[in-house]
Design a protein around this ligand. Structure first.
Ligand SMILES: Nc1nc2c(c(=O)[nH]1)N[C@H]1C(S)=C(S)[C@@H](COP(=O)(O)OP(=O)(O)OC[C@H]3O[C@@H](n4cnc5c(=O)[nH]c(N)nc54)[C@H](O)[C@@H]3O)O[C@H]1N2
Ligand SMILES: Nc1nc2c(c(=O)[nH]1)N[C@H]1C(S)=C(S)[C@@H](COP(=O)(O)OP(=O)(O)OC[C@H]3O[C@@H](n4cnc5c(=O)[nH]c(N)nc54)[C@H](O)[C@@H]3O)O[C@H]1N2
Ligand SMILES: [Mo]
Length: 763
């Protein structure tokens, strides 16, 4: 396929941003946007002293724009601040069995939950209860269960303060079963990047984007998932920085962009062309593509040295800071161009041209998202990406580094303050001393482990701090029935979703405040804090009137459950912590003094405060004490290879959704409107398969394990994609992903290369 970003193709070619993004927002939310309080909230979004958007984890600049929000951040805020309410009367009118037949969209459209609800099996409805009844009921169930059989999931939004107490409570209760949405997302980074750089998070700061000469951009879709990233990308391109994109899909956000904050661009409609080269790599083809880049950089180095010119490699850096280079050299020289081209689906000349850009650039940043992490060998792709960066010392200096773009607004921070199933990552000795208890030391359950436990009955209780777990996980058709065999499910949530209806024998729905809302406790109004993709911590202060008088903050709910469940202890001050969150920040500071010193004083600093990252300082906390070159054991990141009739399915997000929350049916930036029940496939593959546009087909799993996996009624839609792959939406496609199909190192489900076959509808 062409690498020319201006190429016309069978999909929307308008720019990202521009009038479209304003229209996208106002069409969906005309009614809410007319409310002055909503506009006032948006004006405070992502600004020092304001409130931090609950959508993505992109950084909040020191000098914010007048409107420091994007189309999708605004949608998330407005979605939270809806006027609709899902009250006890609603639950009285509908049995849970009936509600299970509703669409996910219709469930969330009922609006904000208002009162704590408890499942009543006699009437098959959720009925209102008091907070005390909820806490005591949950405590009774938890105390009747084996602590090892209970899971404490978190979905990446809740604040640092709440997350710290949540993890503490799980450990006091007796387990490390603290999977996070990160286990379906960037856990490949937490494990894979840590292995080679010693740091589980990105090494870049936001300022680095002002100093880079090239950006190598893998499998992340900023136009939809982190739109404020388009501003620094546009500025970088204007400075002459070259962006090289590797993505099977031509995402418009990376092709061209009209800045909605720039009146001249808005009026003239003049877009900035972003991608210098757009390489439509095959799903899972990144290891091969990166190997091609590395091979060509080596060839350039050989040629330079033969000609008596300076080395293309940063040999001083390699000698001083890395381990394993000689072995990697052997592997890279041995790698076969034929295989690289076949697996990546890219032309050798394109890879060489991209490597020329890499070698000519003084400073390079690599960016990546789910396109790398959600593969069976995703951690090896990250290893290969770091190999490329290490060759020219592009780590730990200004304008260079690795920048994974995280998902939920505080997903990185939740890990920082102890939500982790990996006890070795948590300062347990310190917690033991601070709180006078014996923390469990055994390994906790990841998301996939938790699912296996639910399937085989060993997990009997599931507490969910946000999220919509049963919709987000693989193998939905196996998991949903198994889910209901649990003794207890507890959901701390803002809106009704599918997971709440697939409940355990005893089940509680606990409605909470959102981040934009005022949180008043005994000591007065409270603020909370979050961490972004660049390891910066920000305070957030909500001002909106709460959606309902019965709502509690997430922190108060967690503390309420903990207090009711655990014995009293003079050091376990749940009421005091709830009354004054600055006391919780003091605990965080005491637990992590290097990162969080002067936490309360620094949290509202413009641009946030940096908690530091050793790899950014070229301190490598790896086994060898150096940054690691690694040799991939495979060329394709896919877990299951090609076979006749088999396709590799990419499950993707539309522009009108936040994960399992569907705002509407417009995927504007891809030119796809009106339906999510579609199957994207390129016209050549359509012809080979004898399919016509508009045909209705099914997808069936092709993982070879004998388990039946199916999704029906998908409309065939021609789309610009590489051969051999298909596109469809997450979460609709989740029944097709086998639970065991995950990254080998981190167990992140491999949602981007799912083996499937197309089956025509009968008749
Ligand atoms: N508006 C909005 N914002 C969001 C979210 C949302 O749903 N809506 N979700 C949030 C969350 S939790 C997360 S994790 C992030 C997710 O943000 P992203 O990391 O952008 O995740 P995806 O949209 O799932 O997919 C990323 C890209 O990977 C490409 N891709 C697929 N397979 C491959 C491959 O094999 N190789 C390469 N190179 N590319 C591939 C896809 O075409 C797609 O463009 O966004 C966060 N922000
Ligand atoms: N096939 C496929 N599957 C995937 C992915 C994929 O790309 N493809 N992506 C994966 C990724 S990256 C992720 S992160 C997971 C996401 O998985 P989750 O994080 O579990 O799911 P979300 O859809 O983000 O959760 C939405 C729900 O959270 C609740 N909620 C919203 N705001 C708040 C709040 O402020 N507080 C509380 N307590 N609750 C709130 C609402 O009730 C809402 O219904 O899905 C994963 N699953
Ligand atoms: Mo995510």
């Amino acid at each position: 396929m062409s690498s020319d970003p201006r190429d016309e193709s069978i999909q929307y070619e308008g720019a990202a941003g521009g009038w479209g993004s304003l229209k996208g927002m106002s069409q969906v939310f005309a009614r809410e946007l007319s409310t002055p309080a909503v506009l006032e909230t948006l004006m405070r979004q992502n600004k020092a002293g304001g409130y931090m958007c609950s959508s993505c984890a992109w950084g909040k600049p020191k000098e914010p724009h007048l409107f420091e929000f994007c189309e999708n951040g605004a949608k998330a805020t407005i979605w939270d601040l809806t006027r609709d309410r899902c009250t006890p009367a609603f639950f009285g009118d509908h049995t849970v069995t009936e509600l299970r037949s509703w669409s996910d969209y219709d469930l969330e459209m009922q609006g904000r939950l208002t009162e704590p609800m408890c499942y009543d099996s006699a009437s098959d409805t959720y009925v209102a209860c008091s907070w005390d009844e909820a806490f005591e009921g949950i405590a009774r169930e938890l105390n009747a269960l084996d602590p090892k059989s209970v899971v404490f999931y978190a979905s990446g939004k809740a604040s640092l303060e709440t997350s710290y107490l949540y993890a503490l409570f799980a450990r006091m209760y007796g387990n490390n079963n603290l999977p996070d949405s990160s286990n379906m997302c960037h856990e490949t980074t937490s494990v894979g990047l840590k292995k080679v750089t010693g740091s589980p998070v990105g090494t870049c700061l936001m300022e680095d984007f002002e100093h880079c000469d090239a950006i190598f951009y893998f499998g992340q879709n900023p136009g939809t998932n982190s739109p404020r990233f388009l501003h620094p990308l546009q500025e970088a391109v204007k400075r002459g920085c070259k962006i090289i994109v590797f993505n099977p899909v031509r995402e418009q956000g990376l092709v061209r962009f009209v800045n909605p904050q720039n009146p001249l661009q808005m009026l003239s409609g003049h877009a900035t062309e972003l991608a210098h080269m757009y390489l439509q790599v095959k799903p899972g083809g990144d290891i091969a593509a990166l190997m091609g880049l590395c091979k060509h950089v080596l060839a350039l180095d050989d040629a330079a040295r033969a000609a008596g010119k300076p080395s293309v490699l940063d040999r001083d850096f390699i000698d001083q800071h890395t381990h394993g280079f000689e072995d990697f050299l052997v592997a890279a020289r041995a790698a076969d161009w034929g295989e690289i081209v076949r697996v990546s689906g890219l032309a050798r000349s394109d890879l060489e041209a991209a490597a020329d850009v890499y070698a000519a650039a003084e400073n390079v940043i690599s960016v990546y998202g789910m396109g790398l992490t959600q593969h069976v060998h995703g951690s090896q792709s990250i290893g290969m990406l770091v190999n490329l960066m290490l060759m020219r010392g592009n780590l730990g200096r200004q304008g260079a580094g690795v920048s994974p773009v995280r998902g939920h607004s505080n997903v990185q921070g939740q890990r920082t303050v102890g939500i982790s199933e990996k006890p070795e990552l948590v300062p347990l000795d310190k917690l033991a001393a601070m709180f006078d208890f014996t923390p469990p030391r055994d390994k906790g359950l990841t998301t996939v482990d938790a699912c296996e436990g639910i399937r085989d009955g060993s997990v009997q209780g599931f507490v969910s701090l946000g999220g919509n777990f049963v919709r987000a996980i693989p193998d939905r058709d196996v998991m949903e029935p198994a889910w209901r065999k649990q003794a207890l499910t507890v959901y701390i949530a803002t809106k009704l979703n599918r997971s709440h209806l697939v409940h355990g024998r005893s089940s509680y729905l606990l409605p909470c405040l959102v981040r934009a809302e005022e949180d008043v406790q005994a000591s007065g109004p409270q603020s909370v804090s979050i961490e972004d993709s660049f390891s910066h911590i920000y305070g957030s202060f909500g001002k909106r009137k709460p959606a309902d008088e019965h709502l509690l903050s997430e922190l108060a709910i967690v503390a309420g459950i903990a207090k009711a469940t655990l014995p009293t202890h003079p050091k376990w001050r749940w009421d005091e912590w709830t009354a004054d969150y600055s006391l919780v920040r003091e605990l965080i500071e005491k637990t992590y003094p290097d990162e969080f010193h002067d936490f309360n004083a620094r949290m509202f600093q413009p641009g946030g405060f940096y908690r530091g990252n050793p790899a950014h300082e070229r301190i490598w906390k790896t086994d060898s004490g150096k940054a690691e070159f690694t040799n991939p054991t495979v060329m394709s990141a896919l877990g299951i290879g090609d076979a006749p009739g088999r396709y590799h399915l990419i499950t993707m997000r539309s522009n009108d959704q936040f994960n399992t929350t569907i705002y509407g049916h417009s995927d504007r930036l891809r030119g796809l409107e009106g339906s999510r029940e579609i199957l994207l496939i390129n016209p050549d593959e359509m012809a080979r398969a004898g399919l016509q546009e508009g045909d209705v087909v099914s997808l069936v799993g092709d993982a070879g394990d004998g388990v039946k996996r199916e999704v029906h009624d998908l409309t065939v839609t021609p789309f610009n994609l590489p051969d051999g792959c298909l596109g469809g939406y997450y979460p609709e496609m989740n029944p097709l992903i086998p639970l065991w199909y995950h990254d080998e190192a981190s167990k992140t489900p491999a949602s981007k290369g799912v083996p499937v076959r197309i089956v025509r509808a009968a008749g």
